[in-house]
Write a protein of this length. Structure first.
Lengths: 188, 436
């Protein structure tokens, strides 16, 4: 029963991280359209869409970088180099998975906590930034990393639990299902 | 412990964590955070952490990266690579090792639409490797050319690596782009020459194929690559003509590629989905490292390590060329173990102040760094381009065989780098002629 609950919690998180990544993809499309429209207006009509730079950097970039992070982690797409690790025994590699998951939980907690402090401050003063024509509401964007880091922390804890479970029940589970072979696409 | 000692320890711990397969961005960021805390105090480290992740992501200049990645994935998924290889094959097929030469130049061509080496290798390898195998090519040569020519992806503009270097070194991205053109073409020509000479000396490497094609066929195939010049002229011409900035060029290029695919009738939901998904995952994983790298830069500044190294160099009377040689060796050694981004961002925070202190031209440095980083993609034991090729050929060709095939290209690359260092004008002339 408890295992069932755990699985459904993991599935729910998978779902949320997938949706937030999809949101990131939509924002990426929006960003392309927005920038090109701005260029077109400037070139043909002689004026720019005010605030493009600010909206692109503060909203689009922050969204499309932070929101997919949980998904990227879940799919094993973070960039790593596995030189020494490959030489170790499979069981020890599972332990390394614990290490990564624990460190990621710590890192994301730290970033998320600091981001939340910043977001609260920005929300209290109703942070705005000045564009060429108007003041752009800036504080909502501050909450995006908070949300994203919370997801990463949750995913990391689940990964930590899974890896630890595997490590302790090594003999019973056998060594067959340690493989973490996702097709990885390194972008550079 | 002195700040300097903490700095050195930090770099050591980062390397250890990376060796233990901790994601690179996580290793950089977490160690940097605790490093800053150890040198100053926790409050300062926390305040750095409050600012850096958000401010790094919220960058207008770096918004070119997701857009150029999208341009590359769109170009790939809409089949531009197939047309390129086909045209190169028909034109160059009659040369010794014609298919390998064609692959090499098709990679150079695709590099003009793609900002990434690995993508170029994977894309071109899928098409070229089966073709070379069918023609009885030596698989060491076949895999070698795909793994090596793929590195042109980062040298020939647009280039994600150059955008990152430009932003970190605070030097003009457009100038870097333009400066990469001649070294990129020079590398491609040098690779092609090496292939032809080798095949001439050992014809068994590449049996002469049946490439009796009429001029009309060649022209028809060339017609199929019309999107490429359009994209190149659109993007580079757009920047140079002042219509778009180097930052906006990414979105412009992505939109242009989208339109081309639409006109060619190659756009469907599947293509769109894979393109966006690839670019998105690429962006997030790159920026996760970039955030760690910015934190590392702060940590390094607090530790005084880069200044220390710079003073050693200047006290030791080391010349500009000496610094470049030391950098090349560092990149070569670290490049064996790190992927390009890890390598770039572990070294930039330490090396940039050193380059600046001896008065090296940062545009030249940028192009050389790209070249150095790319060599890391080809060297064992962690040569990502080699692994990418390996994933395409499966068990048929051993890693050792691929590395041996790549070895020839590596030797050529070293000659090219020596030329670039000996004659900075190769790199700097074109930007100067264009008034940059």
């Amino acid at each position: 029963m408890s295992q069932l609950r755990e699985i459904s919690a993991a599935r729910l998180l998978d779902g949320i991280s997938g949706v937030s990544a999809a949101l990131g993809a939509c924002v990426m499309g929006l960003m392309a359209v927005h920038v090109v429209t701005d260029v077109a207006f400037r070139y043909f009509a002689g004026f720019s869409l005010a605030g493009t730079t600010e909206i692109v950097s503060r909203y689009y970039m922050v969204t499309l970088i932070f929101l997919p992070l949980a998904y990227v982690q879940r799919k094993g797409q973070h960039i790593d180099a596995s030189l020494l690790a490959d030489l170790l025994s499979p069981r020890f590699q599972v332990l390394l998975g614990c290490l990564s998951a624990a460190l990621m939980a710590l890192y994301a907690t730290l970033i998320g906590w600091r981001a939340a402090t910043e977001a609260l401050r920005a929300t209290e003063i109703s942070e705005k930034i000045q564009t060429a024509d108007y003041f752009l509401l800036a504080w909502p964007a501050r909450w995006i990393p908070v949300l994203a880091m919370a997801l990463v922390v949750a995913i990391s804890i689940i990964e930590l639990a899974t890896h630890a479970y595997r490590f302790w029940n090594w003999k019973r589970l056998g060594r067959t299902d340690v493989s973490n072979d996702f097709e990885r696409v390194t972008p550079i | 412990m002195s700040s300097l000692a903490i700095g050195f320890t930090g770099v050591g711990v980062i390397l250890l964590l990376i060796a233990l397969r901790v994601p690179i961005g996580l290793s950089l960021g977490l160690v940097a955070f605790f490093g800053i805390a150890a040198i100053t105090n926790f409050n300062i480290a926390l305040s750095v952490l409050s600012l850096v992740p958000f401010e790094t992501a919220a960058s207008w200049e770096l918004s070119a990266i997701p857009m150029f990645l999208l341009m590359g994935t769109l170009a790939f998924h809409s089949g531009l690579t197939t047309a390129l290889f086909e045209a190169a094959r028909l034109w160059l097929g009659r040369f010794p090792g014609g298919l390998a030469v064609a692959t090499n130049f098709a990679c150079a061509g695709f590099a003009a639409a793609s900002g990434s080496s690995l993508a170029t290798t994977l894309t071109m390898g899928r098409i070229a490797l089966p073709e070379m195998k069918r023609n009885g090519y030596d698989m060491g040569l076949a895999t070698g050319v795909v793994a090596s020519a793929g590195t042109l992806g980062s040298l020939i503009p647009p280039s994600v690596l150059m955008i990152l270097i430009g932003v970190f070194a605070q030097t003009s991205i457009l100038k870097l782009f333009i400066a990469g053109v001649v070294p990129g073409l020079l590398s491609a020509l040098a690779f092609a020459t090496m292939i032809m000479v080798r095949v001439k000396l050992r014809p068994s490497l590449a049996p002469h194929g049946d490439v009796d094609v009429s001029f009309r066929q060649k022209l028809a195939a060339t017609g199929g690559i019309w999107p490429l010049p359009l994209l190149v002229i659109g993007v580079i011409g757009g920047i140079y003509g002042g219509i778009v900035t180097a930052t906006e060029a990414g979105a412009f290029g992505a939109a242009l590629t989208f339109l081309v695919a639409l006109v060619q009738g190659k756009l469907n939901w599947g293509v769109l989905k894979s393109s966006f998904w690839g670019a998105l995952v690429g962006t997030a994983s790159i920026f996760f490292i970039v955030i760690g790298a910015v934190l590392l830069t702060r940590f390094m500044a607090f530790s005084g390590l880069p200044a220390f190294l710079a003073s050693i160099m200047s006290d030791g009377g080391i010349t500009q060329v000496g610094v470049i040689v030391i950098a090349a060796l560092t990149y070569f050694v670290l490049g064996m173990f790190l992927d390009p981004l890890g390598l770039l961002f572990l070294t930039l925070p330490v090396m940039l102040p050193v380059f600046k202190s001896v008065g090296l031209d940062l545009t030249l440095v940028g192009v050389l760094i790209v070249k150095f980083v790319e060599i890391g993609l080809m060297t064992p034991p962690v040569g990502l381009n080699v692994f990418a090729v390996k994933s395409l050929v499966g068990k048929e060709v051993s890693l050792g065989q691929i590395f041996r095939g790549v070895g020839w290209f590596l030797a050529v690359d070293i000659v090219v780098i020596a030329l670039l260092v000996a004659f900075p004008e190769i790199t700097l002339l074109l930007p100067r002629l264009m008034g940059l």
